[in-house]
Design a protein around this ligand. Structure first.
Ligand code: AMP
Length: 180
Protein backbone atom coordinates (compact mmCIF):
# COMPACT_ATOMS: atom_id res chain seq x y z
CA UNK A 1 0.00 0.00 0.00
CA UNK A 2 1.56 3.33 -1.00
CA UNK A 3 1.98 6.06 1.56
CA UNK A 4 -0.65 8.82 1.39
CA UNK A 5 0.36 11.76 3.57
CA UNK A 6 -3.04 13.47 3.30
CA UNK A 7 -4.80 10.33 4.44
CA UNK A 8 -2.50 9.81 7.44
CA UNK A 9 -2.80 13.47 8.38
CA UNK A 10 -6.57 13.18 8.28
CA UNK A 11 -6.38 10.33 10.79
CA UNK A 12 -4.12 12.11 13.33
CA UNK A 13 -6.33 14.01 15.77
CA UNK A 14 -5.51 17.46 17.13
CA UNK A 15 -6.67 18.22 20.64
CA UNK A 16 -6.37 21.90 21.47
CA UNK A 17 -5.37 23.18 24.92
CA UNK A 18 -4.23 19.78 26.17
CA UNK A 19 -2.43 18.94 28.41
CA UNK A 20 -2.28 22.68 29.03
CA UNK A 21 -3.69 25.86 27.50
CA UNK A 22 -1.98 26.85 24.25
CA UNK A 23 -0.77 23.35 23.32
CA UNK A 24 -2.16 21.64 20.21
CA UNK A 25 -1.70 17.98 21.12
CA UNK A 26 -1.17 15.79 18.04
CA UNK A 27 -2.84 12.56 19.06
CA UNK A 28 -1.51 9.54 17.13
CA UNK A 29 -3.76 7.00 18.86
CA UNK A 30 -6.36 7.04 16.00
CA UNK A 31 -3.65 5.66 13.69
CA UNK A 32 -3.64 2.47 15.75
CA UNK A 33 -7.41 2.18 15.33
CA UNK A 34 -7.15 2.55 11.57
CA UNK A 35 -5.45 -0.47 9.96
CA UNK A 36 -4.96 1.34 6.64
CA UNK A 37 -3.14 4.29 8.25
CA UNK A 38 -1.12 1.96 10.47
CA UNK A 39 -0.03 -0.09 7.48
CA UNK A 40 0.90 3.04 5.51
CA UNK A 41 3.12 4.51 8.22
CA UNK A 42 4.62 1.14 9.20
CA UNK A 43 5.47 0.29 5.59
CA UNK A 44 6.90 3.77 4.87
CA UNK A 45 9.15 3.65 7.92
CA UNK A 46 10.19 0.03 7.44
CA UNK A 47 10.99 0.47 3.76
CA UNK A 48 13.23 3.45 4.50
CA UNK A 49 15.51 1.36 6.74
CA UNK A 50 15.64 -1.96 4.88
CA UNK A 51 19.15 -1.47 3.47
CA UNK A 52 20.31 1.18 5.94
CA UNK A 53 22.71 -0.95 7.97
CA UNK A 54 21.06 -0.02 11.28
CA UNK A 55 21.65 -2.65 13.96
CA UNK A 56 19.18 -1.51 16.66
CA UNK A 57 16.02 0.57 17.06
CA UNK A 58 15.93 2.66 20.25
CA UNK A 59 12.35 3.73 20.86
CA UNK A 60 11.18 6.36 23.30
CA UNK A 61 8.65 5.99 26.10
CA UNK A 62 5.79 5.49 25.48
CA UNK A 63 4.19 6.14 22.08
CA UNK A 64 7.55 5.53 20.35
CA UNK A 65 7.31 1.91 21.52
CA UNK A 66 4.30 1.20 19.30
CA UNK A 67 5.71 1.86 15.83
CA UNK A 68 9.25 1.08 17.02
CA UNK A 69 8.14 -2.47 17.81
CA UNK A 70 6.51 -2.89 14.42
CA UNK A 71 9.67 -1.69 12.66
CA UNK A 72 11.91 -3.95 14.72
CA UNK A 73 9.72 -6.95 13.96
CA UNK A 74 9.50 -6.17 10.24
CA UNK A 75 13.24 -5.49 9.92
CA UNK A 76 14.23 -8.39 12.19
CA UNK A 77 16.24 -6.06 14.42
CA UNK A 78 16.75 -5.73 18.17
CA UNK A 79 14.54 -3.16 19.91
CA UNK A 80 15.86 -1.26 22.93
CA UNK A 81 13.92 1.04 25.23
CA UNK A 82 14.54 4.62 26.27
CA UNK A 83 12.27 4.99 29.28
CA UNK A 84 11.28 7.63 31.76
CA UNK A 85 13.28 7.39 34.95
CA UNK A 86 12.51 4.58 37.36
CA UNK A 87 10.86 2.13 34.95
CA UNK A 88 13.79 -0.10 33.96
CA UNK A 89 15.26 -2.81 36.20
CA UNK A 90 18.96 -3.58 36.47
CA UNK A 91 21.89 -1.28 35.92
CA UNK A 92 20.96 1.88 34.01
CA UNK A 93 22.31 5.25 32.95
CA UNK A 94 20.17 8.35 32.86
CA UNK A 95 20.13 11.78 31.30
CA UNK A 96 18.24 14.90 32.41
CA UNK A 97 16.82 17.28 29.86
CA UNK A 98 14.79 20.47 29.77
CA UNK A 99 11.12 20.55 28.84
CA UNK A 100 9.18 23.69 28.00
CA UNK A 101 8.30 23.75 31.71
CA UNK A 102 10.65 21.98 34.13
CA UNK A 103 12.91 19.01 33.49
CA UNK A 104 12.63 15.29 32.84
CA UNK A 105 14.94 12.29 32.79
CA UNK A 106 15.30 9.35 30.42
CA UNK A 107 17.04 6.10 31.20
CA UNK A 108 18.50 3.06 29.38
CA UNK A 109 19.87 -0.26 30.54
CA UNK A 110 23.64 -0.25 30.24
CA UNK A 111 23.70 -3.32 28.00
CA UNK A 112 21.07 -1.95 25.58
CA UNK A 113 23.64 -0.97 22.94
CA UNK A 114 27.41 -0.90 22.74
CA UNK A 115 30.39 0.06 20.59
CA UNK A 116 29.93 -0.88 16.94
CA UNK A 117 26.14 -0.59 17.03
CA UNK A 118 24.42 1.73 14.55
CA UNK A 119 21.21 2.91 16.17
CA UNK A 120 17.99 4.42 14.85
CA UNK A 121 16.19 6.54 17.45
CA UNK A 122 12.41 6.53 17.10
CA UNK A 123 9.67 8.57 18.77
CA UNK A 124 6.14 9.51 17.75
CA UNK A 125 6.80 13.25 17.60
CA UNK A 126 9.64 15.79 17.69
CA UNK A 127 8.76 19.08 19.38
CA UNK A 128 11.72 20.87 21.03
CA UNK A 129 13.96 17.87 20.34
CA UNK A 130 14.97 17.57 24.00
CA UNK A 131 13.81 13.98 24.38
CA UNK A 132 15.59 12.71 21.26
CA UNK A 133 18.78 14.60 22.18
CA UNK A 134 18.75 13.10 25.70
CA UNK A 135 18.31 9.63 24.16
CA UNK A 136 21.18 10.37 21.77
CA UNK A 137 23.41 11.35 24.69
CA UNK A 138 22.73 8.01 26.41
CA UNK A 139 23.34 5.99 23.23
CA UNK A 140 26.63 7.80 22.61
CA UNK A 141 27.67 7.33 26.27
CA UNK A 142 27.16 3.59 25.77
CA UNK A 143 29.61 3.75 22.83
CA UNK A 144 27.17 3.25 19.94
CA UNK A 145 26.72 5.53 16.96
CA UNK A 146 23.45 7.06 15.84
CA UNK A 147 22.27 6.51 12.29
CA UNK A 148 19.28 8.85 12.36
CA UNK A 149 16.37 10.06 14.49
CA UNK A 150 12.95 9.32 13.04
CA UNK A 151 9.45 10.28 14.11
CA UNK A 152 5.99 10.20 12.69
CA UNK A 153 5.45 13.94 13.27
CA UNK A 154 7.64 17.04 13.29
CA UNK A 155 6.62 20.37 14.80
CA UNK A 156 9.20 22.47 12.91
CA UNK A 157 8.24 25.75 14.57
CA UNK A 158 9.58 24.38 17.88
CA UNK A 159 13.00 23.89 16.21
CA UNK A 160 13.60 20.38 17.55
CA UNK A 161 14.51 18.86 14.20
CA UNK A 162 16.96 21.72 13.60
CA UNK A 163 18.57 21.22 17.02
CA UNK A 164 18.91 17.49 16.38
CA UNK A 165 20.46 18.07 12.95
CA UNK A 166 22.91 20.51 14.54
CA UNK A 167 24.01 17.68 16.85
CA UNK A 168 25.05 15.78 13.69
CA UNK A 169 22.04 13.48 13.77
CA UNK A 170 20.02 13.26 10.54
CA UNK A 171 16.26 13.60 11.07
CA UNK A 172 13.44 11.91 9.20
CA UNK A 173 9.73 12.54 9.79
CA UNK A 174 6.65 11.54 7.83
CA UNK A 175 4.39 14.50 8.66
CA UNK A 176 4.84 18.10 9.77
CA UNK A 177 2.47 20.54 11.44
CA UNK A 178 3.15 24.25 11.39
CA UNK A 179 2.56 26.16 14.61
CA UNK A 180 2.93 25.07 18.23
P1 AMP B 1 10.33 17.20 22.79
O1 AMP B 1 11.29 16.56 23.74
O2 AMP B 1 10.02 18.63 23.17
O3 AMP B 1 10.76 17.06 21.36
O4 AMP B 1 8.94 16.46 22.95
C1 AMP B 1 8.71 15.25 22.34
C2 AMP B 1 7.96 14.31 23.23
O5 AMP B 1 6.86 14.94 23.86
C3 AMP B 1 7.41 13.17 22.42
O6 AMP B 1 7.61 11.96 23.15
C4 AMP B 1 5.93 13.49 22.25
O7 AMP B 1 5.14 12.35 22.45
C5 AMP B 1 5.62 14.56 23.31
N1 AMP B 1 5.01 15.78 22.75
C6 AMP B 1 5.52 17.04 22.81
N2 AMP B 1 4.71 17.94 22.26
C7 AMP B 1 3.64 17.24 21.77
C8 AMP B 1 2.45 17.61 21.04
N3 AMP B 1 2.19 18.88 20.70
N4 AMP B 1 1.60 16.61 20.69
C9 AMP B 1 1.85 15.33 21.03
N5 AMP B 1 2.95 14.93 21.72
C10 AMP B 1 3.85 15.86 22.08
Amino acid sequence: MSYDECYVKSVVRTIHDWPEPGIAFRDVTPIFKDPKALRMVSDALTTRYIDSGITHIACIDARGFLLGSIMAYALNLPLVLVRKKGKLPGETICQDYTLEYGTSTVEMQIDAVSEGDNVLIFDDLIATGGTVLAAATLIRKLGAQIYEAAALIDLPDLNGSTRISEADIPVFTLLAYEGL
